[in-house]
Ligand binder design. Structure first.
Ligand SMILES: Cc1ncc(COP(=O)(O)O)c(C=O)c1O
Length: 408
């Protein structure tokens, strides 16, 4: 079977470890020795309840999630969280400050790419507060309109008592990511945030969750991620939420906040162990298998080391291609993502040749997002270092061939 599997560099849904897929195939027929497949078994069965508790523990342990935070599992992807975060945190703000008018409530958004832009747009659509764009990376970009950088610290203007402060840690489409080195100018400016022990800081970790430790995790109010990059199949959203942000949304509505649909209220998920309704059973199952495997390998520190080597190798060959005038990275180097590396192949027809050559070697899904173009290499956890080496070798070969062609 393995000979026929492509190396899938797709941005999500994306590659999953082969051993997990094989185990999941067995679980589809017979889950936990019950004789019932995972897609058929009741989510209220004791076997599934035990599995769900284990999935939560696997995340808590590997990311060091403190007891101040609850882990919730929902559906609806990142997109549902664009809305859920606004509604739950505006309800919280209403309970804390019942007398403020809507125009006096502020939500801070840091915009560094397509996904944070979309999140801010949804916040604007829902209303209930004013939006302050705390920073917009387009302003500090090379052409004034691209998402090609993480803004320098002096570009941020946070509000004093916002209902939420939002950022996207890794912009999957644009290949831009905050640096985890707190001294780097491309790090998230935690030191500039208003001083508040219960800061409503929200981070979208959809495309970097479990790829390495999360800096200052305990200082966040909400961290969320769709599973479909590093963790499992689409359909599952993982939310780490500080307990003070799980509020009585109905009490807030009585004070004038927008009513929160039951399927988006953190409280209903927290009170019912993430099962106010049927959870995405299969997606949770595969994610649990991935997380078990990740723990056995050494957890997020293991992946941090491997992912660092993987991205260093790809950026190195990209740099060589740039020196030859054949490749061009889309992102300023200190802002480059570990997970999604976006670049152009320069020259008439060259990109098509690049993609066709990769495809012939079984390397797929390298075409960039339709809004950006070019090439996007996604290096999620399931992409091995050996597979990365194969891609790098292919790119080196491609560069050599193109150099010969252009010199002849
Ligand atoms: C960083 C990020 N945020 C949000 C989303 C939207 O997630 P979903 O498609 O699960 O709604 C994506 C999707 O790729 C993403 O990469």
């Amino acid at each position: 079977m393995s000979e026929t599997r492509a190396i899938n560099f797709g941005a999500g849904p994306s590659a999953l470890p082969q051993s997990v897929l094989e185990e999941a195939a067995r679980g589809l027929l017979n889950f936990a020795g019950t004789g019932i497949g995972i897609a058929e078994i009741s989510h209220r069965s004791k076997e599934f309840a035990a599995f769900l508790a284990e999935v939560e523990e696997l995340i808590r342990e590997q990311l060091n999630v403190p007891s101040t935070h609850t882990i919730l599992f929902t559906q609806g992807g990142g997109t549902a969280q664009f809305s859920a975060i606004v509604l739950n945190l505006l309800a919280r703000h209403r309970l804390l400050h019942p007398d403020l008018k809507d125009e006096e409530r502020i939500m801070d958004y840091v915009i560094t790419g397509t996904w944070s832009k979309n999140a801010a747009q949804e916040a604007g659509r829902l209303g209930g507060a004013k939006i302050n764009i705390a920073a917009d990376a387009r302003v500090t970009s090379s052409d004034g309109k691209s998402f090609d950088n993480i803004p320098p610290h002096d570009a941020y203007k946070f509000s004093q008592s916002p209902a939420l402060i939002y950022y996207c840690e890794n912009e999957t489409v644009n290949g831009v990511q905050f640096s985890h080195d707190q001294q780097a100018p491309e790090s998230f400016p935690f030191h500039l945030l208003p001083k508040d022990a219960l800061l409503p800081l929200v981070a979208d970790y959809s495309s970097s969750f479990m790829s390495r430790p999360i800096p200052r995790l305990a200082d966040h109010a909400v961290i969320y991620a769709g599973a479909q990059k590093n963790v499992g199949p689409a359909g599952l959203t993982i939310i780490i939420v500080r307990k003070d942000c799980i509020v009585d949304v109905d009490a807030a509505a009585k004070l004038g906040a927008a009513p929160v649909p039951i399927g988006l209220a953190y409280k209903s998920f927290a009170e019912q162990k993430s099962m106010p309704n049927t959870p995405p059973v299969f997606s949770l199952y595969v994610s649990g298998l991935v997380l078990r495997r990740s723990k056995a390998l050494g957890g997020v520190s293991y992946y941090e080391a491997v992912n660092q080597r993987k991205k260093d190798k790809v950026y190195a060959v990209l740099g060589d291609g740039e020196k030859l005038g054949l490749l061009k990275g889309y992102v300023k180097r200190g802002s480059g993502s570990w997970m999604n590396i976006v670049f152009e192949v320069l020259g008439e027809g060259t990109e098509a040749r690049f993609l066709a050559g990769a495809e012939a070697k079984g390397m797929k899904s390298l075409k960039g997002h339709r809004s950006v173009g070019g090439i996007r290499v996604s290096l999620y956890n399931a992409i091995t270092e050996e597979q990365t080496d194969q891609l790098v070798a292919y790119i080196r070969h491609f560069l050599a061939e193109e150099t010969v062609t252009s010199n002849s």
